[in-house]
Design a protein around this ligand. Sequence first.
Ligand SMILES: C[S@@+](CC[C@H](N)C(=O)[O-])C[C@H]1O[C@@H](n2cnc3c(N)ncnc32)[C@H](O)[C@@H]1O
Length: 358
Amino acid sequence: MSNPDFARLSLDAETQSFQSFIGAFRRLWAGPLYRALRDESRSLDHQALDDYPAFEAALRYRPKHQFFGWLEHNLQKMKYEGRWGIVHAANAERETIETQMAAPIGGNRLTEDPSLQLPDYYEENDFHQHPGGLREDPLAAVIYRESASAAGGVVGKADLHARYVRALLGDEKARKVIDIGCGFGRSTFAFTAASPDTSAVGVDLSASCVRLSAHLAEGRPDQDRVHFTQADGVNLPFADGGFDLFTSTMLLHEMPATAIRELIAEAFRVLEPGGISAHLDFLPPPDNFLRALYLGHSDRNAEPFMRELAEMDMVAEHEKAGFVDVQIVPFAEDDQGLGEKWRLPWTIIRARKPAGAK
Ligand SMILES: C[S@@+](CC[C@H](N)C(=O)[O-])C[C@H]1O[C@@H](n2cnc3c(N)ncnc32)[C@H](O)[C@@H]1O
């Protein structure tokens, strides 16, 4: 039997109330406060794209902008930390959940690599303010999964990944998918759930993530079509040309530019001729206000490499690696459209390995 509640934290009433309070504050931040700031920003000079530094300087110390930034940083921090934070809730049940996580995993669903050398950038950063990142704590993935659904946020929509699969594939099917930076598996399962002809490998640096994903596969209808491997996406333990779709969601902005270039080259290597590479991530649209919020998010939410991603020419980078038909397409995370609520600027970066390539 599939058990989506596996290793779920049982948040006590006070923690639930506190997390709801953060969620309510977040809606205020992403809705009315965002709109007030956006409207105020329209009266600023320097709206031309090549005048961005002056625009950012004019926006920076406006009280509404300062409040927007303070809330963005602190609401995320409060979600994790303190007496009613997710980390405290995990520690309260640590023994039980560590035992669940350590339980054997059936089938051939997991490959762990305790000797894997984690890249420096991964060791040194607690991305999106997750205390300790996803590196060492066996419960890191449990905490990550809980925080992705607790208190709302900018990236938490339940059907996000299914929507991405539909936007990417339409009526087509992928046979053999590799999903890099699979987290707790939701991006990988979205592909195998979409078609019984699809099998997928989820890859992550985090031991906790691949282990939780493999547990969550247990009992699902697609359990025999998924496998989770602990590895670095830039150096995969797979032969050349074995996949027809290489994908990631919310991975690129956590990698420095040099690692992204290596990832693109690795995608080219493991894709079969004619295979597709596709990443769902965030790229700033051509608008100084939205760019300022995007780059501000990078600073305020411990996402230091978003700035590098924003500077990269993803079309040129893919073409340099041999890809063709590179497309950069905005992605709507829901039907409401952009504009009235702050959202990170979702974008699909898609490219094809030429049919005749080796
Ligand atoms: C923001 S999470 C996204 C998780 C998942 N794709 C989703 O959409 O829910 C990014 C994930 O990428 C992983 N990651 C970061 N750098 C990686 C790399 N070089 N190779 C494999 N995984 C990596 C992190 O451990 C983390 O689980």
